[in-house]
Design a protein around this ligand. Sequence first.
Ligand code: ADP
Ligand code: MG
Length: 394
Amino acid sequence: MLGTLRTIRGIEVEGKRVLLRIDGNVAVDEEGDPVPGGDQRLEAVLPTITYLRDHGARIVLLTHLGRPRGNVVESLRLDDIARRLGALLQTPIRYVPDLRGAQARAVVEGLRNGEIAILENLRFDPGEEVADQGLASDLAGFGDIFVQDAFGVSHRRHASVALLPEILPSYAGFLIEKEVQVLQGLLGQPARPAVAIIGGAKLETKLQLLKNLLPRVDYLLPGGGIANTFLKLTGVRMKVRLSEEEHKSEAVEFFAAYRGKIVLPTDVRVARAGKTSEALILPVQAVTSADAIYDLGPDTTVAYCRVVSTARTCIWNGPLGKFELPPFAEATIAVARCIHGPETFAVVGGGDTVRALADHGLLGQFDYVSTGGGAMLAFLEGSPMPGIDPLYET
Ligand code: ADP
Ligand code: MG
């Protein structure tokens, strides 16, 4: 959906109880401790919180953390998030170990202008992920207005995402506004030439994205399993089932429709006979059925970089290779390094993609890094966005 969002600019928030849904789902390890660099998502919502605080709102923060699946999991309580967010804001945040009960109510009632509280992990309540009306109406009782800034879950039909906007006057926060502005720009009239770099493990998870993007871009530079599927369609041999047997006709159809825009790899890095400690570089014609194609080759990355260097718009989702194995991270690194032209507006998103690029210090090559993995994909697919669709001006 394309349109203009209702935002918090221009509305009176002083003295109002503002229920603010953020995505505080920072990366945590098995003990529930945050991993280094995991503050990115917290930093992304600071502008909205700061604005509301400085305009005298009484802020009630809502977020989820991890996958407790409707149970209280001690390591996933939000006390630590409250501390870290408070440190970033240089404002104490009151952590309430309760989501919808009397304790939560008492704290919310006691908030003064500019004060901030955070309620307990939304996903401790079984109602969150099944979009329970009872939970939504309890939460709505804590706010005069609702502000949505959790882009990372905006594609989910969860109670705090999809239902709160049906109950309270609702507005987009600044992060959602920025994400939507960037992504709408890509779907609208991107500066040309426009290039999509799409990798990842499987074509089937990216087919809808590709179908929505390809009419809008000039080139597709495929990587990962997507490149493999296309290579397979041209007769290249390799060691993998064509994993998308059931999607094969869709793949064939897509490939035929957009053949003119797709730049195919000419060489690849393979693991031969299961040996993943080193990469063998081969022209695609030389790949055998004992070879698993795990990355693109150096000639291909040079060719991809040539296309990228002419691009005015570049959108990247999906690693170009099995980057978790160091010998197969090369193409992802090489292509990321050549995205920096002053004329190029480059956007990247995707959980694994951002992790791969961050590990190699390459996020600075991009003009915008989306905070949404699945949410960015859903938006670019043109799928319904239950957390954003109700926020457009009508
Ligand atoms: P994102 O989370 O950024 O959307 P995906 O989840 O689509 O990305 O894809 C990431 C996964 O794709 C990684 O685990 C990576 O190992 C895998 N991958 C990339 N290229 C290949 C390949 N050639 N063979 C197997 N797996 C691959
Ligand atoms: Mg992924």
